[in-house]
Design a protein around this ligand. Structure first.
Ligand code: CS2
Ligand code: MG
Length: 412
């Protein structure tokens, strides 16, 4: 059989998503996530203008060959736009292969290595009190692990820190959005690393005091620290037994993690902005991290992410796949199938999509008792309702920009 069409669906049910829809000559449809937060249309064009025409008529069962073709043939390699586009095609081809076999995708990846995937939720609060409320809310939902982010005295608004909305819902959407057809500029937030470093250990202390020692606590540093600042925070959090400290420094310079390692035993997670196994080369071979944060969506699909996890497995490094709302339900399902199959699964981030998003993407994965499972429908187990998708036009949306008090642009 052969690839008959490759469509690209851009939809915005509450936030933007880009989906590749691959259809075969015998009528099987596969879905792939190509959502790159804030740069969605660049990937949509890459797929429509440069990838789709080269795939028509090719044998859709040659998943590895097509991955290598898309990776090696354009001359330009890697980067988030290219790798998200490759990811979408790769996921769609795996979806098709599993649908044709009549099995959930994890069965083609070696079968289940476990019964479910330990997942963590995003708990945050502008104060320690509201943070505690959020954690209590997630514990009631069954979570056994939470990422904790908190307000810092003297800073107005911090990315990823929100109090529960009226009615007690903890869902939030981090990107600001314009109206359909309107331009927008990202909002700017003021950041102060010294104030953050002074405050955060007291937040961990308060949470341990309230919730005891068993609950798994994670924290995301959003690439904001210098190497020595990161080393200090990793050391200061150690008494509170964090599950991990994520993105403590910007990811580009892998060697700086050596310094952080010298000063603490806090487990480290990095990689949500990485796109390929080469981004991890030093980190993995020198065991500078404990968890791989990539998602199938931004690391070349199931094929790309599996390469990373096979390499990481040799060094005892485990997965902590990126699962924010900007990874679409299709990308999330890809993470779950791979996570269920690999031996070196660690934990899965779970930021549930809104009810509106789920009217466009019908998902089969389930959450119970702290664990996610991809479900047992053939393929990825996600359906795209194209009629519903067409009702939600693309709207420009950007993450906020981080600036220091003097106005200079800061890492995040
Ligand atoms: C965050 C994300 O989930 C995380 O760990 O870092 O919210 C991230 O900021 C967004 O996915 C960026 O697109
Ligand atoms: Mg993160």
């Amino acid at each position: 059989m052969a690839i008959e069409s490759v469509d690209v669906v851009v939809t915005s049910p509450g936030r933007n998503f880009v989906t590749a829809v691959v259809t075969t000559s015998d009528g099987v449809v596969g879905l792939g996530d190509a959502t790159l937060n804030g740069r969605e249309l660049a990937v949509a064009s890459y797929l429509r203008d440069h990838v789709a025409p080269t795939l028509l008529g090719r044998d859709e069962s040659q998943i590895e060959w097509i991955w290598q073709y898309l990776y090696r043939s354009p001359y330009w390699r890697r980067g988030p736009v290219t790798m998200s586009a490759i990811a979408a095609i790769d996921m769609a081809l795996w979806d098709i292969a599993a649908k044709k076999a009549g099995v959930p995708l994890y069965q083609l990846l070696g079968g289940a290595s476990r019964s479910g995937l330990l997942s963590y939720a995003h708990a945050s609060g502008t104060t320690v009190e509201t943070l505690h409320e959020a954690i209590h809310g997630y514990l009631e939902q069954g979570f056994r692990a939470v990422r904790i982010q908190a307000g810092v005295p003297g800073l107005d608004q911090i990315y990823g820190v929100h109090d529960a909305a009226p009615g007690g819902t903890y869902e939030y959407e981090p990107a600001g959005r314009a109206a359909v057809g309107e331009a927008m500029r990202p909002t700017e937030e003021t950041w102060d690393t010294a104030a953050y470093l002074r405050h955060l250990p007291s937040v961990f202390a308060a949470v341990r005091e309230e919730f005891g020692g068993v609950l798994r606590l994670l924290h995301d540093g959003h690439h904001r620290m210098s190497p020595i600042e990161a080393a200090r925070l990793a050391r200061d959090l150690e008494p509170y037994d964090p599950f991990w400290l994520e993105d403590c420094t910007p990811g580009e310079d892998q060697s700086v993690l050596r310094l952080v390692r010298q000063h603490s035993t806090t487990p480290l997670a990095i990689g949500e902005v990485f796109n390929s196994v080469y981004d991890y080369q030093t980190l993995i071979t020198e065991r500078l991290i404990d968890y791989v944060r990539s998602s199938a969506t931004h690391a070349g699909g199931i094929t790309g992410l599996r390469q990373i996890m096979t390499f990481a497995g040799i060094y005892g490094i485990r997965s902590g796949f990126h699962g924010p709302t900007d990874v679409s339900p299709v990308g999330m399902a890809a993470n779950l199938h791979l996570g269920l199959a690999i031996h070196n699964f660690g934990i899965q981030e779970y930021m549930p999509h809104s009810a509106l998003t789920k009217t466009v993407f019908r998902t089969g994965y389930r959450f119970a008792d702290g664990l996610l499972h991809p479900g047992d429908a053939p393929g990825l187990g996600v359906e795209l309702d194209r009629e519903e998708a067409a009702k939600h036009e693309y709207r420009p949306a950007y993450l906020p920009v981080n600036r220091l008090r003097d106005g200079s642009v800061h890492d995040w």
